[in-house]
Design a binder for this molecule. Structure first.
Ligand code: MG
Length: 369
């Protein structure tokens, strides 16, 4: 089996609840998503998707993904997509870094591998450990009343895990968390995620305020690992790291420093399913929990997430997001689809979803052998 054609498509994803707000005035209403279709010499097709969260969340953006994929595409032609190691070697040989742009290619190769093997990616990623797992929803940064109302609305839909956006003035953030806690129940999880937006001093003030509250987890209070470690020395709040965990060395550094109990494993942030599986397995070995998700995306991103989550032990899985519940557009008939806050992986081979190509139009560009 050889990759004979690489096609790249673009489409826009609109946030389902209006405007998504994070610390530092970062707002998202719609985002360009990039889809990769790999076609083999035998006519099989594999799909992958990457959707960076705007231009200032991580060092990643949609135009960057497209330019990087254009640069790497020729190196894929002739490669056997089932051999993920050599495929990743080719990508790294064509372009240093740019992990996020490699993610949809890696996922599309996994899709082809799964189809060739006749089994869902859940099996190839370690085997089915969970049929069903709880999902979380992020609560956009807003007034305490608005955030509590948003939480209550999602809770009525079956969601019991919430990641609320903070990272403003500490006393206002404290009010946000307290109001959201009042809108939730004893079994609900509430994660205060500053997205690195607090200055160190403000983060310590916020952590001191939040520390006595029940059921609160703190996520990525400041931009750097060193700052997050400094915050941690002042609080008993369980710590989730996200933006600073990008690869194996950064995870091992944070774990060795005692900097976290959990981290957010975004598939595109680490470069695709090959590396995400490695980080997931490391997390389990280190006694850490993972949230499995991606920066943003539609049905294809969600399918990849769903299989990695299904093959993760319940003990190690903190929570999961199905990004296709957060957006209006659906390339695969809104599959995989959550039910009342619970996610499941498709049972068909590969990603287990079928793309409606009519929704994508013509490729932005392609490369062929
Ligand atoms: Mg986060």
């Amino acid at each position: 089996m050889k990759i004979a054609r690489v096609e790249v498509y673009g489409y826009d994803l609109h946030y389902i609840h209006g405007t998504y707000v994070m610390s530092g005035g970062r707002e998202v209403a719609a985002l360009p998503s990039t889809v990769v279709r790999l076609v083999t010499d035998e006519g099989a097709e594999g799909w992958g998707e990457v959707c960076p969260l705007g231009t200032t969340y991580l060092p990643a953006f949609a135009d960057g993904a497209r330019a990087a994929i254009r640069a790497m595409a020729p190196a894929l032609l002739g490669a056997d997509p089932r051999h993920l190691g050599p495929v990743n070697d080719r990508l790294d040989g064509a372009l240093a870094g740019h992990a996020y742009a490699k993610s949809p290619i890696d996922i599309a190769c996994w899709d082809l591998l799964g189809q060739a093997a006749g089994c869902p990616l859940t099996v190839l990623l370690g085997g089915r450990r969970q049929d069903r797992y709880p999902l979380y929803f992020a609560v956009p940064l807003g007034t305490p009343a608005d955030m509590a109302a948003y939480t209550a609305a999602r809770r009525a839909e079956g969601i019991h895990r919430f990641q609320l956006k903070v990272g403003g003035r500490p006393h206002e953030d404290f009010a946000r968390v307290r109001r959201v806690l009042e809108a939730t129940g004893d079994d609900d999880v509430v994660i205060a995620d500053a997205n690195g937006g607090w200055a160190l001093q403000d983060a310590i003030v916020a952590a001191r305020l939040l520390d006595p509250l029940p059921r609160v987890y703190l996520e990525q209070p400041c931009a750097t690992l060193e700052e997050c470690l400094a915050v941690r020395r002042h609080t008993t709040l369980p710590m989730v790291l996200d933006e600073v965990i990008t690869d194996v060395p950064s995870l091992l550094r944070a774990a060795a420093a005692g900097g976290l109990e959990a981290f957010n494993l975004k598939i595109s942030k680490v470069g695709g399913l090959t590396k995400a599986r490695l980080l997931r397995d490391l997390a389990e070995s280190l006694g850490l929990r993972v949230t499995i998700e991606d920066t943003w995306g539609g049905d294809l991103v969600t399918a990849a997430v769903s299989h990695l989550a299904a093959s993760t032990s319940a003990r190690a899985l903190f929570t999961v997001s199905f990004m296709n519940d957060w957006v209006k557009e659906h390339l695969c008939g809104y599959e995989p689809r959550s039910h009342a806050g619970i996610g499941q992986a498709p049972s068909g081979p590969g990603l287990g979803v079928r793309v409606d190509r009519a929704l994508l139009g013509s490729p932005l560009f392609s490369a062929a052998a």
